[in-house]
Structures are given as C-alpha cells and as structure tokens.
Design a protein. Structure first.
Length: 276
C-alpha cells in the first residue's frame, strides 16, 4: 500500500525526532511508573491474602457484574442515539451532542449528588420506583445508574464516529432496492459500524469498573472495588490497600487486553462470521 511521502516510515531524525521521543517517553513514564511502583509494593503472600478476603473478592465481583450490565445498557440505548446524531438532520443536534458530553465535564461527586436527588428515596424517579419495590439508594441499581451516567458518552461517541465514517450511499442503495430502514440498519449500518460499537462498550466497561465519586454518593454500600480500596486506605493505610489495588489493576489490564483484541479485529471477525 502506498504511503504519503514524508509521513509513514519516517524516523524524524534531528532535534524534532528527539523532542517527540522525549516528550512521549516522559508521558509514558508518568503513566507506567506509579503502576510499577504499586505492583512492587505487594508481595505474593499479601496478594493471595487480599484475594482470599471475602470483602475484597465480593467488591471486585460486584464491580465486574455492575460494569458488564452498565455496558449492555449503554449499548442498547447509546447506539440508537449515536445513529440519530450521525445520520439525523434536525434543529438542536448540537445541543444534544453537548448534553451527551456533559457527564465528561461534570465532577463525579456532583453527578452522584444529582443522581441522588433524582433516584433517591424522595427523588422524582426514586420515590415512585420505591413504591414498586425498586430502590436505587444503597443498591446495585444505584451503582449501575452512577456508572452509566459517567460512562455512557464513550459508547455514544464511539458508535457515532463509526456510523459517520460509513458512506451513506451504501444505505441509500439498500433503500433504493426496497430495504426498510430497519433492514438497512441491521444489514448495512450496524455491521459496518460494529467495531466502534464494541469499542465503546469496552470503554464503558473499563470506565465503570474504576468509577468512585458518583458511586460512593448514591451507593456507598454494597461497596464496589474502588470504594472498598478507599475504605482499606482509611482504615489501614497504604500497605493494606495496595494489595487490593493491585488485584483491581490486574482486572483492569485484563479488560484492556479485550480492547486490544477488538482493535486487532480478531473478535470482530468471529462476530461477523457468527452474524452471517
């Protein structure tokens, strides 16, 4: 495949190349060194002890389960909104896009307080839901609501960018041949944008696992992994909380291995074969 001259394959010799590598290396070191230092703090014995502690194990399992449910909900509701933003032409489209991005700018403790007013026992939604036996305050549903609020922009934006990259002439051609809007979306748009949809779901899952601020406001208990690690830090300091943090770190890295699988296309190929 031909590459643009002066771009691909260039090693950028001279001061510019040195500056690029220096700044990139400093940023990577800033990301990697705290993780390496954290991992070096815990001994194998302390890791085994932390993994065997019921409170830590239950907190991590709760985070994994709630994050998976959050990713599924974000996909079901986020993909239609992403398609609307990618293909719709209507007044207020920019405002809707700004509203989608709003959770990225709102401090997560503020998001938790806002959700508590909405979903708490006396909230607009929480009060009638409570009469039906559904409680968000101090429950897994509250945890999922908090995770969804802070992470759903990743699904909407990832899927929207994927849909926008699809040539609309393909969809128009399908419609001209008699395909319904639903059939066109299911057979043309969604398969071509599937990589973006799956990438968004993985990002939602990863972001949800690490959420603390909004969750601790609306559902301090049952404790998710970040909340449990914070409790350990307050009660026992760095030494005791480090082992639990390393275990959560391993889980997070495993999530990004899934993301790398998506990026390489292997999982997408399997899904595409099953789809056909």
């Amino acid at each position: 495949m031909n590459t643009a001259p002066g771009m691909a394959g260039r090693r950028w010799p001279g001061w510019f190349g040195a500056l690029v590598w220096l700044l990139s290396g400093l940023l990577l070191a800033f990301i990697v060194l705290p993780i390496v230092r954290l991992a070096a703090t815990s001994s194998p014995a302390s890791l085994r002890q932390a993994a065997a502690t019921p409170a830590i194990r239950d907190a991590i399992l709760l985070s994994l389960q709630a994050a998976a449910i959050t990713a599924a909900i974000a996909t079901v509701f986020g993909v239609p909104l992403a398609f609307l933003l990618a293909r719709g032409t209507f007044r207020g489209r920019g405002l809707i896009q700004a509203l989608v991005d709003l959770p990225l700018a709102v401090p997560h403790t503020v998001a938790g307080i806002a959700l508590l007013f909405l979903l708490g026992r006396t909230g607009w939604v929480g009060a009638p839901a409570g009469r039906l036996g559904v409680s968000f305050y101090g429950s897994q549903w509250g945890i999922i609501a908090a995770m969804l609020f802070v992470s759903v922009p990743f699904e909407v934006n990832s899927a929207r960018v994927a849909f926008e990259s699809i040539d609309p002439r393909l969809e128009r051609a399908a419609r001209s041949l008699g395909a319904t809007p639903w059939h066109t979306f299911r057979r043309i748009t969604l398969p071509l944008g599937l990589r973006g949809v799956l990438t968004g779901a993985v990002l939602v899952y990863a972001r949800s696992i690490s959420e603390f601020g909004a969750v601790v406001i609306i559902a301090y208990y049952p404790a998710t992994a970040p909340v449990e690690i914070y409790n350990l830090f307050l009660q026992s300091g760095l030494t005791q909380s480090a082992s639990a943090a390393v275990i959560l770190l391993v889980v997070t890295l495993a999530t990004f291995l899934v993301f790398r699988t998506l990026a390489s296309g292997r999982l997408l190929t399997r899904i595409d074969r099953a789809y056909r």
